[in-house]
Design a protein around this ligand. Structure first.
Ligand SMILES: [Fe+2]
Ligand SMILES: [Fe+2]
Length: 281
């Protein structure tokens, strides 16, 4: 049963940060690799509004429950970006608008055409809502896992608290998307086939295409390339497998392996991972 917007909005809103001591990052700064991941996450969170721009040109605009969800979801993701930007700024790293201007300029050709692509897919592909609801669930599950893992790697009290709060909201987003995905896929062989096709052929780690590929690869490999990170991804895969008609896709695991290979090819190694020779074997 899909989650109603009344239920979804119960614990939502702007992520609370007023009580967090951002100044502590000045005396107890984060590791550059952690900051690199936070930069990627900042970009993706702020990118949500442009993803909403794409979804709104699909026939999903007709459903007031879904447009209400998009409004609240986009608002919450905006504040995630804002909070992560404050962490970056405390380390004198680019954040907020200057960073976003550069990103949109870098990506302007794709962003120019993407609403047309979504309009076409939404119009031509009858089961497209099942695709984007499932896509959303996978990305939110992965976001939740990413924050969980980054908090453990960074081991910084203020960051752990902030990411814990963000994670709780990502969990609500995932539950909402997944409830719709399950409803749309259940007993609908066609929706399952179309969704499975799009995931197998088009799905990539969130941010692919929005930021330079190496940044997405770095975050994926650094967070999930081994140990506890790989276990978190096993759980995401279990959740995808449990969706009607989508078992055995192995999407995220495959993407992480490719990301790890990409970082090793470009940069020689992934911090925290065994030497390249043993990763490749
Ligand atoms: Fe978020
Ligand atoms: Fe989210």
């Amino acid at each position: 049963m899909a989650i109603s917007i009344e239920k979804f909005q119960e614990q939502g809103g702007r992520v609370q940060t007023d009580d967090l001591d951002f100044e502590s990052f000045r005396t107890n700064p984060l590791h550059p690799d952690v900051l690199r991941c936070l930069g990627y996450m900042h970009d993706i969170e702020y990118q949500t509004v442009l993803y909403m721009r794409e979804l709104l040109v699909t026939p999903a605009w007709k459903d007031p429950q879904f447009t209400a969800f998009l409004t609240l979801w986009n608002y919450e993701e905006y504040w995630h970006g804002q909070a992560l930007g404050r962490v970056l700024a405390m380390h004198d790293r680019p954040a907020h608008d200057p960073r976003l201007h550069a990103m949109r300029k870098w990506n302007k050709r794709t962003l120019f055409w993407s609403p047309l692509v979504f309009w076409s897919l939404g119009t031509a592909v009858k089961k497209f809502p099942a695709v984007h609801m499932t896509w959303g669930a996978i990305n939110e599950w992965t976001a939740n896992a990413a924050y969980n893992r980054l908090a453990k790697i960074a081991d910084h009290p203020v960051l752990t608290e902030l990411l814990g709060r963000i994670m709780r909201q990502e969990g609500r987003h995932a539950a909402y998307y997944a409830s719709y995905s399950r409803d749309m896929l259940e007993n609908d062989r066609r929706a399952q086939k179309v969704t499975s096709w799009f995931l197998r052929h088009e799905w990539a780690v969130v941010g692919s295409g929005d930021v330079p590929k190496i940044e997405t690869s770095f975050a994926a490999a650094y967070l999930f390339g081994s140990g506890d990170g790989a276990e978190l991804i096993d759980r995401v895969e279990d959740r995808i497998d449990a969706l009607p008609g989508l078992s055995g896709l192995n999407l995220v695991r495959t993407a992480i392996r490719e990301a790890t290979e990409h970082v090793i090819a470009e940069e020689g190694s992934v911090p925290g991972l065994p030497e390249p020779a043993s990763v490749a074997s």
